[in-house]
Design a protein around this ligand. Structure first.
Ligand code: SAM
Ligand code: SF4
Length: 329
C-alpha cells in the first residue's frame, strides 16, 4: 500500500527477539540489559498473523532481525511457515556466530538471502567492539556457508567508526574483489546507550568513497543496484566480483525512497527509525473478539502515520525509544 507521501510500503523488518549473544558498543549496553517478561514478546504464531495481515496490504518482503535472530528457538519453523503463507522474499540479518550450524536448515525452510555483520577482521578489535566474542573467523565461516548455499546476494554489514575500525575500510573492500560479496559500509547512528554517539566517531560515506578511490581508482556506480530492499547505494571496484555499498542515513538522507515498516519483538510497529512513535499490535492480536481484518486495519493505520523523514539531524529530535537491538536495524 502507499503511505501518505506516495511511497509503496512492501517491506517489513521483523525483530524476533531483542536478546543477543554479543554486546556491540553501538547497539547494546554491556550490562543491565532490560529484558521484559516473556509474555510481552509476540509468539511466532502471533508474528505469523502479522505477516499474513501484512501480505494482505502488499507487504511481501520480510527481513528477520533481532537482537540476534538465531538465538530464538523455533526460527527455522517460523521461516518455513511464512514462506508457505506466500512471502516472496525472506532475508535475515545476523552476526553470523550461530549461522554456520543453522544455514542449511534455514535455506531449506525458505530463507532467500542473508546479511552478515562484520566490523573488523582482527580478533582483538572484534572483542573491543562486540565484547562477548573475539573470533572473526567464525563470522567468515558464516559468509562461506552463505556463499556455498547460494543465499545471494550475500551482504556484509560493516559499521564504520573512526578510531575503532576505519583503518580497515580498504582491507574489507578487498573481500569483494574475487567473491560475490556485497560489502556495505554503515554510518553509525545515534542509538546506543552503550557508546555515546559523537561526530568524531561518524565516518561519512563520502569520506569512505574517497578513501576507496585513493586505493582502487574510480569506482563504477551500479545503476541497477544489488537485489534487495534497502537504501544502500552500490559501486564496484573495477573488475571486482562483488560490490561496495553505503548506508548513509546520517549524511545522505534516503527517506524519499523508504519502503519499510518495522515490527519489534514485543509487537509494536515503528514506521520510522528516526521518530519516537510506535503502534502496538498486541491489544488487537490478543483480543479474542478482534478479527484478522482488525489486524490489517491496525497495520494500515501505522503506515498512514509514517513520517516524511527521519529526525536524526535535529538536535532536539526524538528517535525510536529503543536501542538497536530492540528494533533490529
Ligand atoms: N544481530 C544482528 C546483526 O548484528 O547483524 C541483527 C540485528 S543488528 C541491530 C542489525 C544491524 O544494525 C547490524 O548490521 C548492526 O551492525 C547495525 N547496527 C546496530 N546498531 C547500529 C548503530 N547504532 N548504527 C548503525 N548501525 C547499527
Ligand atoms: Fe547483537 Fe547485532 Fe546489536 Fe551486535 S548489532 S549487539 S550482534 S543485535
Amino acid at each position: 500500500m502507499l503511505d501518505p507521501f506516495g511511497r509503496e510500503i512492501n517491506y517489513m523488518r521483523i525483530s524476533v527477539t531483542d536478546r543477543c549473544n554479543l554486546r556491540c558498543v553501538y547497539c547494546m549496553p554491556l550490562e543491565g540489559v532490560q529484558l521484559r517478561p516473556r509474555e510481552e514478546y509476540l509468539t511466532f504464531e502471533e508474528i505469523e498473523r502479522v505477516v499474513r495481515a501484512g501480505l494482505a496490504l502488499g507487504i511481501d518482503r520480510i527481513r528477520i532481525t533481532g537482537g540476534e535472530p538465531t538465538v530464538r528457538p523455533g526460527l527455522v519453523e517460523f521461516i518455513a511457515r511464512i514462506k508457505e503463507a506466500g512471502v516472496r522474499d525472506i532475508s535475515m540479518t545476523t552476526n553470523g556466530i550461530l549461522f554456520p550450524k543453522m544455514a542449511a536448515d534455514l535455506k531449506r525452510a525458505g530463507l532467500n538471502r542473508v546479511n552478515i555483520s562484520l566490523d573488523t577482521l582482527r580478533p582483538e578489535r572484534f572483542k573491543a567492539i562486540a565484547r562477548l566474542f573475539d573470533d572473526p573467523q567464525v563470522v567468515l565461516d558464516a559468509v562461506e556457508a552463505a556463499l556455498e548455499l547460494e543465499l545471494h546476494p550475500v551482504k556484509l554489514n560493516m559499521v564504520v567508526m573512526r578510531g575503532w575500525n576505519d583503518d580497515e575500510i580498504v582491507e574489507m573492500a578487498r573481500m569483494t574483489l574475487d567473491r560475490p560479496i556485497h560489502l556495505r559500509y554503515i554510518e553509525v547512528m545515534p542509538f546506543s546507550e552503550a557508546y555515546p554517539f559523537s561526530e568524531e566517531v561518524l565516518v561519512p560515506a563520502a569520506e569512505i568513497r574517497q578513501r576507496l578511490m585513493a586505493e582502487f581508482g574510480d569506482l563504477e556506480p551500479l545503476k541497477e543496484g544489488v537485489p534487495g530492499n534497502g537504501p544502500a547505494r552500490y559501486w564496484r571496484i573495477p573488475g571486482a566480483k562483488g560490490t561496495v555499498g553505503f548506508i548513509s542515513a546520517m549524511t545522505e538522507c534516503f527517506c524519499a525512497g523508504c519502503n519499510r515498516i518495522r515490527l519489534s519483538a514485543d509487537g509494536k510497529i515503528n514506521p520510522c527509525l528516526g521518530h519516537i512513535h510506535e503502534y502496538d499490535l498486541k491489544p488487537v492480536l490478543r483480543d479474542p473478539s478482534a478479527t484478522e481484518e482488525d489486524l490489517i486495519r491496525a497495520i494500515e493505520a501505522a503506515i498512514l502515520r509514517k513520517p516524511r523523514e527521519h529526525n536524526f539531524d535535529d538536535p532536539n529530535g526524538e528517535y525510536t525509544l529503543r536501542v538497536m537491538h530492540g528494533i533490529g536495524g
